[in-house]
Design a protein around this ligand. Structure first.
Ligand SMILES: Nc1ncnc2c1ncn2[C@@H]1O[C@H](COP(=O)(O)OP(=O)(O)O)[C@@H](O)[C@H]1O
Ligand SMILES: [Mg+2]
Length: 251
């Protein structure tokens, strides 16, 4: 099966005046449907840049990114936008909601670009708001919602198109711990029930610990990419006792 997203030796360089800032240096990774990945690393290590490449919001200056098997470098902008809209949902740290549109209209917006008719858009947006526990907030403007509620609207908007992959950049960064925990439960549920692949950039160790795969970045590189291996597989090679352990591969 085609991986949801494949990154091959991707480098992203920014020109700032005379100097080149290298945000990513030859990063490779494959993200399959149904995976749950945490991306961690110090500030400036390239986490957000990697997420933007994964979602086709940005393109590498060298190497390639394939979304649903299609090379983002070879696609015209409009076609890339179409694939992005179909395959990827993006949750930003600062929500990025339209301040003058209701929660319902914010969630329905990605469907406008897909040419879905109004009644159908409203039906699907209402269904998503219900799933994130905000059915009774549909007519509220973002300013009339708490931070956690706004973030859940952003998650509903990211999911309304039925994406294969949900990319989230520090999704709990602006939330208190209880609200953050609830949001993570919601994401984990989507991952388990609907096999939506999750890639979550985080500073939070507890957030990272919930993922089955952890990618550690440093200076624009992936320095470790580890999977939690299940009990049976551990018993199979007979080396490790305990519930779970991480199998680490140097990248
Ligand atoms: N648009 C840009 N122009 C110049 N430098 C950038 C730009 N975006 C990111 N960078 C640089 O690339 C590096 C990685 O940034 P980023 O991916 O945002 O890191 P992280 O999300 O891990 O904090 C940083 O050194 C940052 O300053
Ligand atoms: Mg960042």
């Amino acid at each position: 099966m085609t991986p949801a997203i494949e990154v091959r030796q991707a480098t992203r360089e920014h020109r700032v005046g005379q100097t080149a800032v290298v945000a990513l240096r030859g990063v490779s990774l494959t993200l399959h449907r149904g995976e749950h990945v945490a991306v961690v690393g110090p500030s400036g290590s390239g986490k957000s840049t990697l997420l933007q490449l994964l979602g086709g919001l940005d393109r590498p200056t060298a190497g390639s990114v394939l979304i649903d098997g299609q090379d983002t470098a070879e696609l015209p902008q409009a076609e890339l936008a179409r694939i992005r809209n179909r395959v990827v949902g993006f949750v930003f740290q600062g929500f990025h909601l339209q301040p003058r549109a209701s929660a319902l209209d914010n969630v329905a917006l990605p469907l406008v670009y897909q040419g879905v008719r109004r009644a159908e858009r409203r039906r699907r947006a209402a269904d998503l708001l219900d799933r994130v526990g905000l059915a009774d907030r549909a007519r509220h403007l973002p300013g009339q919602l708490s931070g956690g509620e706004q973030q859940r609207v952003a998650v509903a908007r990211a999911l309304v198109t039925g994406p294969t992959v949900l990319l989230a950049d520090e999704p709990t960064g602006n939330l208190d711990s209880v609200t953050g925990e609830r949001l993570l439960d919601l994401l984990a549920g989507l991952n388990a029930e609907h096999r939506v692949a999750l890639a979550i950039v985080t500073h939070d160790h507890e957030v990272a610990a919930r993922a089955r795969r952890q990618i550690v970045m440093r200076d624009g590189r992936i320095v470790s990419d580890s999977h939690i291996v299940s009990d049976s597989r551990i018993a199979g090679d007979g080396r490790i006792a305990g519930d779970t352990a991480r199998r680490t591969g140097r990248a």
